[in-house]
Design a binder for this molecule. Structure first.
Ligand code: BGC
Length: 250
C-alpha cells in the first residue's frame, strides 16, 4: 500500500523544524527547514513560524505537528517550557488557521516514541517500550505493542526533591556545565526512579543529546535494556507526520 508522503513539524523551545516524510520508511523526502522559535513563544508567533515552515515546501494536505506539552483533543493543557499563554489554547485550530491546512497535534515525546517504534531503535517491538527524550525538558512516551499511551509526563517526577527535568534534562547539563559522567549519574538515578514505577522491556533515549550517546550511555547501569534513538532529532517530525497520515486515507 503506497501512501505517498506526509508532513511533520516539530515545535520545540528553540527551533521549529519540518519536512515532508515518506510514510513508508520514515525518511525525509526533502531537506528539513528550520526556523528559530520566536521569543516570547506566544501562540500567534509560533503559529506564524509553523506556517512559514509549511509554506517553504509549498505543502498542501494534512500536517502533523508536535507540541512540547500535554495535548488533549488538540488543546494544550501544559506548557512547561513555552509561554504560559499556551495553556487552554486549541493548538490544532491555531496552526490550521495559520497554515490553511488540516492539522493534527500530538505531544512531542509521543511523536518521537511512535516514530522510534515504527522505524527506529525499537522497530516493530511487540512489547512495552519507554522512549525518553532529553532536551530543554524531559519527554516520555510509553508505547505498547505499537500503540502510544498518550501524555505520560514522567519528566516531572521528583528527583532530589525537585522536578526531575530541572536536574536531568540536556538543558540542565548545559546550564550547570556538567561533564558527561556527572550528568550521566543524574540520568541514571532518574531512570532508576522511572523503572521503579514501570517495567518496560526496552528504554530508548532520544533528543539531540542521543547523537552523542557514546559519551554517556555506557556509563548508565539500570535494570532495563537501554539503547539510543535511531532517528534522533528527526523522530518528532516523522512521528507527527505519521500521526496526521494515520488520520486520513489518501
Ligand atoms: C513537557 C512534556 C514534553 C517534554 C519535552 C516537558 O516539560 O511537560 O509534555 O514532552 O517537556 O518537550
Amino acid at each position: 500500500m503506497d501512501r505517498g508522503p506526509g508532513f511533520g513539524v516539530d515545535v520545540g523551545g528553540s527551533g521549529i523544524k519540518g519536512a515532508p516524510i515518506d510514510l513508508e520508511t520514515g525518511e525525509l523526502v526533502a531537506e528539513r527547514h528550520k526556523v528559530a522559535t520566536p521569543q516570547p513563544a506566544t501562540p500567534g508567533a509560533v503559529a506564524e513560524a509553523v506556517a512559514e515552515v509549511v509554506s517553504h515546501f509549498g505543502w498542501e494536505g494534512p500536517v502533523g505537528a508536535t507540541f512540547p506539552g500535554v495535548i488533549t483533543g488538540g488543546v494544550a493543557r501544559t506548557a512547561a517550557n513555552l509561554d504560559p499563554s499556551w495553556v487552554g489554547t486549541d493548538v490544532a485550530a491555531a496552526f490550521a488557521e495559520a497554515t490553511g491546512e488540516p492539522v493534527v497535534v500530538v505531544n512531542d515525546a509521543d511523536a518521537a516514541g511512535l516514530a522510534e517504534v515504527r522505524w527506529g531503535a525499537a522497530r516493530d517491538h511487540g512489547g512495552l517500550v519507554l522512549v525518553i527524550t532529553f532536551g530543554t525538558g524531559i519527554g516520555t512516551a510509553l508505547v505498547h505493542q505499537g500503540r502510544v499511551v498518550p501524555n505520560i509526563e514522567l519528566g516531572h517526577i521528583e528527583l532530589d526533591g525537585v522536578d526531575a527535568e530541572t536536574r536531568a534534562s540536556a538543558a540542565a547539563r548545559e546550564r550547570e556545565d556538567l561533564g558527561w559522567a556527572e550528568w550521566a549519574e543524574r540520568v541514571q538515578r532518574y531512570l532508576r526512579a522511572v523503572e521503579s514505577y514501570l517495567w518496560p522491556d526496552l528504554i530508548v533515549v532520544g533528543g539531540g543529546v542521543s547523537r552523542r550517546a557514546k559519551r554517556w550511555l555506557p556509563l548508565i547501569e539500570i535494570r532495563t535494556p537501554l539503547v539510543a534513538a535511531a532517528l534522533q532529532n528527526q523522530a518528532g517530525i516523522a512521528g507527527a507526520a505519521l500521526t496526521a497520515g494515520a488520520g486520513t486515507s489518501g
